[in-house]
Design a protein around this ligand. Structure first.
Ligand SMILES: Cc1ncc(COP(=O)(O)O)c(C=O)c1O
Ligand SMILES: N[C@@H](CCOP(=O)(O)O)C(=O)O
Length: 541
């Protein structure tokens, strides 16, 4: 646990501004609570939801007959407006030790306020954010579904974000004023019609495009939560001089962007020459302090853990369970996008393994709170060059050994010693899950095939699609099974790998689906020749 007395050693310019009036510095927090929710029943009966209100999610009741003022006063911005509509609830959350075997767990006598700076339990294990489920259960599944549905696609602060539209389940106690958001989430759930039909004989295949996002990856979902909490801690005058992470390129991009938006210093440790140029330039452009270190991701992770134990730099990797609270909203969003029908399978590419647990947690919370009656089966897909979870799974969960991760085109999951291994195993065991792997050729071919049907995916999504292809081939995933593949980053971050593939420039790889450009003279006849050759081949459907 990082402690605070180091603060006096740091320049005051790096320390947070003075305490805001609405915060206390102790563990118990004070909010603008006007009423306490005691009701059960549906959303329309609750003080935090009014179905007749066009500006839903306000606490001030607006009935169908009330005059509804659709525009806020000109001098007000959306934060001011949110301040006027302070929510009323009694929801809360805290850190507890992560329990991998609830049947054999001792009673929990250890917990921490989310306002404490703590990443590990007393025994050195992982932590988990535990919500007050009793309070959340005072409202039924129908209520939560209506509330979340009412907030989609609006500009109401902060609910216009796909993450903060589920605020009560994420960080219930944070003041909306402290939230740092780019209205992330609400990402497209793409019906992969042509890919599904052509290559898999499937008609109900979907790709959740989490990478079509503010910084181009799913990391935005977790980072808005973490940076918002840091913003709050700094307003509480906690000595957080900056926020730091080790990264394979996406966590660093998200961290630097959200910190820049909030005016908080960010420090990123990157493995030298192991991330794409697009990912490298993101933190540079956003003003982060960028260290390019001559080691791999696991080496960077070790260093950042040591550094954050010494200095008041807040750790932003998914070891910090706050991140997963944001990431889990992608699972809730998938259910929402299917009108609360549960898909059969969800396939997630895995590296440091926080995300697979976040998906499990999101689905499980929806089940526990009555929004749905089951959860999907989860598949975690790894690159064969960085496959410690796959090997563990294949051993029948008997022996886990970290590996030395080899170079992979799926560079963001080149991780050999995943921090969240216990969380991932828990998620897979409790969802009747499966682990698959993909070789470099398999993942690059899958990416090329997906792109040829109109997507533009990253190699990690290629890993997930390749896992799907194998599971279809073996008949594990059926033709008509509703299946969601989670796309984790934007393909534009990984153009070099696509260039290498399409120019057939990868040693030892056939690049069977390469589509290189044809060089031709600036001459009508020459152009006509190549066109007629192309057209005679017949356009492949
Ligand atoms: C693009 C991309 N896909 C997948 C992953 C894997 O996520 P996780 O580390 O949570 O397993 C990462 C990061 O690790 C990533 O950046
Ligand atoms: N792919 C990640 C690796 C670190 O994962 P995290 O979720 O633990 O931060 C990255 O982009 O850095």
């Amino acid at each position: 646990m990082a402690s605070t007395p180091l603060s006096h050693r740091y320049p005051s310019s790096l320390l947070p501004k003075s305490t805001q009036p609405h915060h206390q510095t102790g563990a118990k927090l004070q909010f603008h609570r006007t009423t306490v929710v005691k009701c059960t029943g549906t959303a329309s009966q609750s003080p935090i939801f009014d179905s007749s209100s066009l500006t839903t999610a306000n606490s001030s009741p607006v009935t169908a007959s009330s005059p509804v003022n659709l525009r806020r006063p000109a001098e007000e911005n959306i934060r001011d407006e949110a301040r006027r509509h302070s929510s009323a609830h009694n929801f809360s959350a805290r850190y507890i030790p992560f329990i991998s075997d609830p049947n054999n767990a001792p009673p929990i006598d250890e917990s921490y306020s989310l306002d404490e700076i703590v990443y590990r339990s007393r025994s050195g294990g992982l932590l988990d954010v535990q919500h007050d489920m009793t309070a959340l259960k005072q409202l039924d599944g129908k209520y939560w579904r209506s509330l979340f549905d009412s907030r989609v696609g609006k500009t109401t602060w902060p609910y216009g974000s796909g993450v903060w539209s589920k605020k009560e389940w994420v960080l219930p106690e944070i003041d909306s004023d402290d939230i740092v958001s780019a209205f992330e989430g609400n990402s497209n759930l793409f019906w992969a019609e042509r890919f599904g039909k052509k290559f898999l004989g499937m008609n109900d295949l979907w790709v959740k495009h989490c990478g079509i996002s503010h910084t181009g990856s799913f990391k935005d979902l977790g980072m808005t939560v973490l940076v918002s909490q840091v913003n709050r801690l700094r307003k509480m005058n906690r000595p957080v001089v900056g926020v730091g992470c080790a990264s394979t390129g996406d966590t660093s991009a998200a961290l630097s962007a959200y910190c820049a938006a909030a005016g908080i210093p960010s420090i990123v440790f990157l493995p030298a020459n192991r991330i794409s140029i697009a990912q490298l330039v993101q933190p540079i452009a956003n003003g982060a302090f960028v260290l390019s270190i001559d080691t791999d991701f696991d080496g960077c992770m070790k260093l950042i853990r040591e550094v954050t134990a010494e200095l008041p730099i807040y750790l932003a990797n998914s070891l910090n369970s706050l991140r997963l609270e944001g990431q889990k909203t992608a699972a809730i969003e998938i259910l929402q996008q299917f009108d609360w029908e549960v898909p059969d399978w969800v396939i997630v590419p895995g590296g440091n393994l926080g995300n697979i647990y976040a998906f499990y947690k999101g689905f499980q919370m929806c089940k526990e709170l009555g929004l749905v009656d089951r959860i999907p089966r989860l598949v975690c897909a790894q690159a064969a060059n960085a496959n410690p979870l796959y090997l563990y799974y294949k051993s029948g969960w008997t022996e886990f050994n970290p590996v030395k991760a080899n170079t992979t085109f799926a560079s963001a999951i080149q991780i050999g010693d995943p921090v969240s291994i216990d969380r991932a195993v828990f998620a897979l065991k409790n969802s009747n899950g499966i682990v698959e792997e993909a070789t470099e050729e398999e993942l690059m071919d899958a990416m090329a095939l997906a792109d040829s049907t109109g997507m533009f995916i990253c190699p990690h999504t290629g890993v997930a699609l390749s896992a799907l292809m194998k599971l279809r081939e073996r008949g594990v995933i059926g033709k008509t099974d509703r299946t969601v593949v989670v796309s984790t980053a934007h393909g534009l971050k990984f153009t070099q790998s696509k260039i290498d593939y399409h120019s057939k420039g990868i040693e030892g790889m056939a690049c069977r689906y390469a589509n290189p450009p044809v060089e031709v003279e600036a001459d009508f006849g020459a152009v006509m020749n190549v066109l007629s050759q192309y057209l005679n081949k017949g356009s492949k459907s």
